[in-house]
Ligand binder design. Structure first.
Ligand code: HEM
Length: 72
């Protein structure tokens, strides 16, 4: 279930990052669209980012615990 959720969330995260950048770059010509959708995309990005972090929490702990055999 965890892997499946990550397989769904990760590509969406990538698309949301690209959406944030694209709407920011084009904000001059898409003024209304930017003000409506950039904050919504950003909020979704934060939410999915936190879920992504939670689902990878064991990896995060392992990387910072000092017990990992690699990544000193
Ligand atoms: C965590 C993700 C993000 C959140 C929550 C977020 C949120 C926001 C919000 C609420 C605004 C104000 C919108 C408005 O005036 O109606 C804003 C503005 C802006 N954001 Fe984002 N954003 C995010 C990511 C990004 C990214 C990845 C970029 C570009 C690489 C970006 C570039 C900008 C720019 C250029 C503005 C306009 C600033 C201005 O004109 O004063 N944002 N953002």
């Amino acid at each position: 279930m965890r892997n499946f959720t990550l397989k769904v969330i990760n590509p969406i995260l990538l698309l949301l990052v690209l959406f944030q950048v694209a709407t920011a770059v084009l904000r001059g010509s898409l003024y209304e669209f930017f003000h409506t959708w950039h904050p919504i995309g950003g909020s979704l990005l934060v939410l999915l980012g936190l879920i992504h972090l939670a689902l990878n929490w064991n990896w995060v702990k392992g990387s910072y615990s000092g017990k990992a055999k690699t990544h000193k």
